[in-house]
Write a protein that binds this ligand. Sequence first.
Ligand code: NAD
Ligand code: DAU
Length: 358
Amino acid sequence: MKNNIIVTGGAGFIGSNFILETLDSSNSNIPDLVINLDCLTYAGNPENLASLKDNARYTFTKGSITDQTLVTSLFIEYQPRAIIHFAAESHVDRSIRDSSDFIETNIVGTYRLLESARQYYDHLNKEDKAQFRFLHISTDEVYGTLNAHDVPFSEKNKYEPNSPYSASKASSDHLVRAWHHTYHLPTLITNCSNNYGPYQFPEKLIPLCIFNALTNKSIPIYGDGKQIRDWLYVKDHCKAIQSVLLRGKIGETYNVGGLNEKTNLEVVHAICHILDELKPKINKESYVKQIQFIQDRPGHDKRYAIDAAKIQTDLGWKPETSFEIGLRQTVIWYLEHQDWVNHIVTGEYQHWIKKHYS
Ligand code: NAD
Ligand code: DAU
């Protein structure tokens, strides 16, 4: 086995942040090679990793996790010490319109990955077996929804997924659990709350709001905007993943949250106020005026909140970035990377916006 890691979905939002953090010189545990396996759906963008173009520790393979022959060949070629599995269809609204890709990638893809990993693991020697890890990145949405006074989701909550997306992620979590229990594959699962930060595709609330505000479009709020999410700065999430990879107990699940519960309206107002300050409109009007309430998402989960006591107590991780600082940094990042946004706002993107919001 070598000091290599395979990352699936590394051209997406969290995966690319994770690869950049992993290969950053400040990281004390840099792998010899990071192999990024990504089939580049609309959400995958190799531009996120352009800074690694000449980095000998990074290589990219374009392909799908559903292609078991390919995945198996990567295990044989690179002999990784870990696989960190981000690849997924990740947008709830898209899953409501058409769930087929969610079933194929999130469930079948995870199954194929587990099978290739199992075959690879079975042939490792005892020492390597003790080192190898399969880390599956999942979501708090598998636990369903909370009422205002419910305690936050802990790892002991039962699974109650409500959307096709969360049901597909819940299925993949169950597969990972079973592959550990039955085949002793050394798996770990993280279930995290809503991430935000650089490189997030502008179909998700925060980048969509920034993009629409700056392009003078309406900022769509579903229903009454009182739904609550627990916002986690993506770089904090990446550090949590590193902790779980290094010190997590095999077979365990760790919830990762930002301790930042906000209503959607609070989030959107906060973005508008930061933009009012950093990029005031010529007519001095607030961006808040662009907010428009629209029809609610079907089956919209009311509230997510994470109890992150386990990862804090057992692994010493806690979120470091307050929402105020993280959001400001995110808005500044988007203001400074208008080119990045313009490159991905492709025909496919326009098609989705037209279909979904018209
Ligand atoms: P994303 O949509 O930004 O990126 C997904 C990446 O996976 C893209 O690069 C895409 O090209 C790739 N991909 C999709 N299908 C693939 C396939 N069949 N084979 C190979 N690559 C494929 O997603 P994200 O927001 O970065 O989320 C990453 C993971 O974290 C997902 O598993 C998601 O469920 C989970 N998660 C995300 C959040 C969040 O707030 N974004 C929160 C909790 C959990
Ligand atoms: O909780 C973790 C999950 O967070 C991840 O597993 C998903 O991959 C990720 O997409 C995210 O899901 P959400 O559905 O919570 O994120 P989204 O950004 O789509 O929406 C956040 C909230 O904002 C949600 O309550 C719906 C609302 N919303 C969203 C959009 C796109 C709006 O009001 N208007 C919008 O236009």
